[in-house]
Design a protein around this ligand. Structure first.
Ligand code: BTN
Length: 252
């Protein structure tokens, strides 16, 4: 581990916890201050987006970055793009070391795909207490195994590279990469992050269907706007903008 990033964070390691995001929340509620990295080797109640569960057996990476976000409370959502770029880049680095060119891509808002299958998920949660604002960024990366009994394609590092990295090494590479994009974001704002993110989107010309919680709307991906909302061109020519929801490829 290079652990350069350690000077910016307190680092907690658990053999098992319910959820590293829940652990982060408890830290804040108990009055802890500062930034933390929480790493668990397995989770009993890992959670995903939309109230789904995130299967968390040993062998994969489960971590949360807890940030004191008071300085950037109105822009916390942008960290979703910063984080997915960090995870994308970390996987790319491992692929290069294995001399393997991976067909990597990002899916709005923050999934990382390899050959079209989800390898990592990111869950952002905010918490306000003691008059301060905190952001919890939960990252799950399939390394040794991936779920097969869910309704979408998933994959893991072990399925795509010959030399599978240690979980601790993956955490280190992700944090170094996250710190790089976080520094860029702090210095120059969302524009360069948006630009980099758009270059890495998976299958941009595909028809995509978004679910806004009530309706499903299909269209051709246009871009993401300056607030990170996705914009699709509908068959009518109209542009549809969605700031929170889920994306599927094709007509669903
Ligand atoms: C998704 O649904 O795509 C997001 C999955 C996020 C899973 C990670 S694992 C570490 C952290 N702790 C949790 O309970 N969830 C996130």
């Amino acid at each position: 581990m290079q652990l350069q990033w350690l000077r910016h964070y307190n680092f907690l390691i658990f053999d098992e916890t319910d959820s590293t995001n829940a652990e982060a929340r408890r830290l804040v509620e108990s009055g802890a201050s500062g930034n933390f990295i929480i790493w668990a080797k397995s989770q009993t109640h890992g959670r995903g987006r939309y109230g789904r569960s995130w299967q968390s057996p040993p062998g994969n990476l489960y971590m949360s970055i807890l940030l004191d976000s008071n300085r950037f409370a109105s822009k916390q959502q942008e960290l979703s793009f910063v984080t997915s770029l960090g995870v994308y880049n970390a996987i790319r680095i491992i692929g290069l070391r294995n001399k393997q060119k991976l067909n990597l891509g990002l899916k709005w808002p923050n999934d990382v795909l390899v050959h079209g299958a989800k390898i990592a998920g990111i869950l952002l949660e905010t918490i306000k207490t003691h008059n301060r604002q905190y952001l919890i960024i939960g990252i799950g990366l399939n390394i040794d195994n991936h779920p097969c009994d869910i309704d979408r394609d998933t994959t893991s590092m072990s399925a795509i590279v010959s030399q599978v990295p240690e979980v601790s090494h993956m955490l280190d590479v992700i944090m170094s990469s996250f710190e790089h994009y976080f520094a860029l974001w702090q210095a120059q704002g969302f524009l360069p992050i948006r630009h980099l993110w758009l270059q890495k989107i998976y299958n941009p010309k595909h028809v995509m269907t978004v679910n806004d919680g009530r309706n499903r709307i299909s269209g051709i991906f246009q871009d993401i706007d300056l607030n990170g909302a996705i914009r699709l061109k509908l068959a009518s020519g109209q542009i549809y903008t969605l700031s929170a929801g889920e994306v599927f490829f094709g007509h669903v």
